[in-house]
Design a protein around this ligand. Structure first.
Ligand SMILES: O=C(O)C1=C[C@@H](OP(=O)(O)O)[C@@H](O)[C@H](O)C1
Ligand SMILES: C=C(OP(=O)(O)O)C(=O)O
Length: 442
């Protein structure tokens, strides 16, 4: 590791063996802090992801008056203020690299009598916020964004806010959750219509906290109705392991010959676990052991053994259920036999980086054959032959943790290793990724 730039060379590795467990789910961790702060009394959280993104949400909830305390590793206590109880923060809300903090917290603040600015890092400041500004403005909040509807921005919340019925123009759980969180302190019924289902952690957790929330299927769309200004009851929450983090180990164990790795306690919510089905369709050997429910979320241990992969055309309708797993799926495709075609992935262009362009460039730099299209990548796999790797070049990650971890996996199955320019963003979602990888390849 080069300490100044945090660049790192991921060397070819032997098999991944034994058992491991990835940290808590990032989406669920954000939501447990936010809803804990909106309940009256004490919420306890076990298995909270202590990545920078979630810590940004914790700091924001503290800045708005909630008592948020770390009791031990992953063990947190939130003393909530009740619906409508948030206070004016003294400084800007800094969301760092985290789109989820940005969109969810804007929703929460939009129905309070709070005026505050929101800031983030260089990556977050390029991402579109118009998608939440639009519905939250309809609810009465006012925004002064930077050009292009971006961060930094000023938000003046509406009190009282106006309930709306909003049909999501993009398949985004962050936009859905922003409107629902604004709805918590809005009189009447706030409705979100979701033509394409996205991760449903907000709905599950709102119900768990006792919110009045109904979900119906109407004309082929999911319709979510939330009655505002009813009290939430504090909860004891156990956060399952993050399937998005587990995906790096699923792909690595699938690709490296001789691997036999068990990943314990992985969240298997069907709105999140699409990558398991896609990898299996390519030939992966992933066995679900001890499928169970933890805190209202399905969970299983996954035993992954090396298997040769075959390229497929990935069904675009599975995209929302594995939206953050495409970068590492592209690595799997680069080692498969034949061609993998992905489409319908324009949302990947507005993540921490443009993940289609960034992954196309990174994979090409290590010897993969990739074609970049408007809405997806077409990848011609090596049929299991190692990638060339990067002897003298560093792959560029553009402040994107998932690119860094995906290219780490590419390094394991390369001839010369892969040098990643900046591993520091890994700490946003998976702070112990490198030690865990070391442990299972040792
Ligand atoms: O709601 C969430 O917790 C998330 C939703 C997804 O974003 P979009 O809502 O932009 O699709 C995902 O990419 C992100 O990592 C987390
Ligand atoms: C897109 C991601 O997160 P966020 O939108 O919260 O920055 C991610 O974790 O891959």
């Amino acid at each position: 590791m080069n300490a100044e730039t945090a660049s790192y060379r991921f060397a070819p590795s032997g098999p991944l063996r034994g058992a491991t467990a990835v940290p808590g789910d990032k989406s669920i961790s954000h939501r447990s802090l936010i809803l804990g702060a909106c309940a009256v009394g004490e919420t306890r959280i076990a298995g909270l992801l202590e990545g920078q993104d979630v810590l940004a949400t914790a700091a924001a909830m503290r800045a708005m008056g909630a008592d948020v305390e770390r009791l031990g590793e992953g063990e947190w206590r939130v003393h909530g203020l009740g619906i409508g109880g948030l206070l004016q923060p003294e400084a800007a809300i800094d969301c760092g690299n985290s789109g989820t903090s940005a969109r969810l917290l804007m929703g929460l603040v939009a129905s309070h009598g709070i005026t505050t600015s929101f800031v983030g890092d260089a990556s977050l400041s390029k991402r579109p916020m118009g998608r939440v500004i639009e519905p939250l403005s309809l609810m009465g909040a006012s925004f002064t964004p930077s050009p292009g509807g971006r961060f930094p921005l000023m938000l003046e919340g509406a009190h009282p806010a106006v309930p709306i019925s909003y049909r999501l123009p993009v398949a985004s759980a962050q936009v859905k959750s922003a409107v629902l969180l604004a709805g918590l302190n809005t009189p009447g019924i706030t409705t979100v219509i979701e033509p394409v289902p996205t991760r449903d952690h907000s709905e599950r957790m709102l119900r768990g906290f006792g919110a009045q929330l109904e979900v119906a299927e109407e004309d082929g769309a999911r319709v979510i109705r939330l009655t505002g200004q009813t009290d939430l009851q504090p909860q004891d929450i156990v956060v399952p392991g993050d399937p998005s983090s587990a995906a790096f180990f699923m792909v690595a164990a699938t690709l490296v010959e001789g691997s036999d790795l068990t990943i314990r306690n992985v969240g298997m919510n069907p709105t999140r676990a699409g990558v398991v089905g896609v990898l299996r369709a390519m030939g992966a050997n992933i066995e679900e052991i001890d499928a169970r429910e933890v805190g209202g979320e399905p969970v299983a241990d996954l035993r992954v053994r090396h298997a040769p992969l075959t390229g497929i055309a990935v069904d675009p309708t599975v995209a929302p259920s594995m939206i953050d797993e495409f970068p590492v799926l592209f690595v799997a495709a680069a080692l498969a036999q034949g061609t993998t075609v992905t489409r319908g992935l324009e949302e990947l262009r507005v993540k921490e980086s443009d993940r289609l362009a960034t992954m196309a460039a990174a994979l090409e730099a290590v010897g993969a054959r990739v074609e970049e299209n408007e809405d997806g990548l077409t990848i011609h796999g090596t049929g299991g032959e190692p990638l060339r790797g990067s002897a003298n070049a560093r792959v560029k990650t553009h402040l994107d943790h998932r690119i860094a971890m995906s290219m780490a996996v590419a390094g394991l199955v390369s001839r010369d290793g892969v040098e990643v320019d900046d591993t520091s963003p890994i700490a946003t979602s998976f702070p112990n990724f490198m030690p865990l990888l070391d442990e299972v390849t040792r």
